[in-house]
Design a protein around this ligand. Structure first.
Ligand code: SF4
Ligand code: FE
Length: 483
């Protein structure tokens, strides 16, 4: 079986019985919890679209290992065409869910691990790549979701991992024996963690020799003994607990973040992909980050499409769509959104093959993509709020609209143009609220800033890749200055 149905996916997650805590209580069945379910629906969309012939070319690939059809989220990019299709697939899913659909972190971790384990083996004579391929085959055959877990709590940022007062502030090795390793620590803001079958753990930054115990990478089942999850709160998440759907803005889909605790988790050797090879920690971080920065040139653009569409509808419902400043603002939103897409495509078409055969994005352009993502969605959201008007945040509730006495007043006073009902106007304004201020804003705004690394991380990478010497030589030559 290579392509699960959405229903099979949901059942497979239910069977794992993850140890999840939400607001201080253990969640009996996360799959059916109203606050969690929309995030599962978003992941399930990656399964649904893969089985739809209309989207097959974007959503599926042919495994280079088995020749079988697989979900693209489990594919290793074999050429720049694969990198481009990845960006297009993420835009499509952003359009269909209006939220973070979570499965990309695992795809990005698989691709980064493939080339790094290969290069480690070449230099050190280790056997990580074959182990990794065995794992990948299982992921492809069973159509599994992997969580890519990178970010450690980090404690005092001025201290290295081994200098921290509490050694667990970076995930580390606590024991090594004949059968495997034992690890302890935590991973923060883990996208889609509770919706994953496996967790792929990577170091959070480049490591030095004294930090070797922190240079670990491995895969564990997401329900491994000692591994548990503290579900992250999101703005307006309690609205998901109410009946009705209008106040939720996007009642079907949502993102998910969790704090993941590794309380002495055992990992057998066959699932260990890095163990103290500290010189390779930085390479793994950079490659994973490069892929994930590329990802944002797809997913954020798709969600941006939804926000732009919702804003244009709000303008129509208000009767202002023909005003020239409204047209200008909508054009500006499209311009910013398509610039992000252009960056995502550019870093993909300029990608190159690694020694393992897996294709890697152009790192300079991937970092430029993400640095733009730290700014443009904020401007797009600002323009959306400008056009939507204040009603978006002062409007009465769906319960008032449905109320026996109050309903007719809400329908009367919240109406804009004559041929659109107050309910439609409320629905679209709530969607804009959800995307700019509510739970989807986690994925569209703050994650645009900090996801895949904060802006300073991109600046560091851009400065490393900028090759200023080359540019100076160009200028010297034209100015007639001898070197
Ligand atoms: Fe995928 Fe975007 Fe969510 Fe990251 S933020 S997991 S790239 S949808
Ligand atoms: Fe992310």
């Amino acid at each position: 079986m290579s392509l699960k149905t959405p229903e099979e996916y949901l059942e497979s997650i239910r069977e794992l019985k993850h140890e999840v805590y939400l607001a201080g209580e253990r969640v009996a069945d996360p799959v059916d919890h109203p606050m969690i379910r929309p995030s599962l629906n978003a992941v399930a969309k990656t399964y649904e679209l893969a089985r739809n012939p209309e989207y097959e070319d974007l959503m599926c690939a042919w495994s280079h290992l088995t020749g079988r059809k697989i979900n693209r989220f489990t594919n290793l990019h074999q050429d720049t065409g694969d990198l481009v299709k990845k960006v297009k697939m993420l835009r499509l899913l952003g359009q269909k869910t209006g939220s973070c659909f979570q499965r990309c972190v695992g795809m990005d971790a698989l691709n980064a691990l493939s080339s790094v384990t290969y290069e480690m083996d070449q230099e050190l004579g280790t056997d990580y790549y074959n182990r990794f391929l065995d794992f990948l085959k299982m992921v492809q055959e069973e159509d599994l979701v992997c969580d890519g877990a990178m970010t450690d709590p980090k404690g005092d940022r001025s201290l290295r991992p081994s200098q921290q007062g509490d050694p667990d502030l970076y995930l580390h090795l606590v024991e090594e024996n004949r059968d495997g390793i034992v690890v302890r620590g935590a991973k923060c803001h883990q996208t889609g963690a509770v919706n994953s079958h496996w967790v792929l753990v990577m170091p959070t930054m480049a490591m030095k020799e004294e930090d070797a115990d922190y240079a670990v990478s491995f895969a564990v089942p997401s329900n491994a003994k000692g591994l548990f999850y503290l579900y992250g709160r999101q703005a307006s998440d309690l609205r998901k607990m109410y009946d009705g759907e209008i106040d939720r803005g996007n009642s079907k889909f949502g993102g998910q973040e969790a704090l993941m605790i590794f309380d002495d988790v055992f990992v057998p050797w066959e699932r260990v992909f890095m163990c103290r090879e500290y010189k390779y920690a930085g390479m793994l971080v950079e490659r994973f980050a490069g892929y994930h920065r590329q990802s944002y040139g797809g997913c954020k653009v798709g969600v941006g499409d939804v926000l732009i569409g919702a804003t244009a509808l709000a303008a129509e419902y208000n009767g202002v769509i023909r005003a020239s400043h409204i047209r200008d603002k909508l054009i500006e939103m499209v311009h910013l959104n398509e610039t992000l897409y252009a960056c995502g495509l550019a870093c993909s078409t300029e990608g190159t093959g690694t020694a393992s055969g897996t294709y890697l994005v152009n790192q300079l352009l991937a970092n430029v993509t993400k640095l733009n993502v730290t700014r443009f969605p904020y401007e797009i959201a600002r323009l959306a709020e400008d056009i939507a008007g204040g009603l978006m945040v002062t409007m009465p509730s769906e319960a008032d609209l449905k109320h026996e006495k109050l309903g007719k007043y809400v329908a009367k006073y919240l109406k804009g143009v004559a041929d659109v009902s107050a309910e439609c106007r409320m629905r679209i304004l709530r969607l804009i609220e959800n995307l700019t201020l509510g739970s989807a804003a986690v994925g569209y705004r703050t994650e645009s800033m900090h996801g895949a690394g904060s802006p300073q991380a991109q600046r560091v990478m851009i400065s490393r890749q900028a090759n200023l010497e080359h540019k100076k030589n160009l200028a010297r030559e034209l100015a007639g200055i001898e070197n």
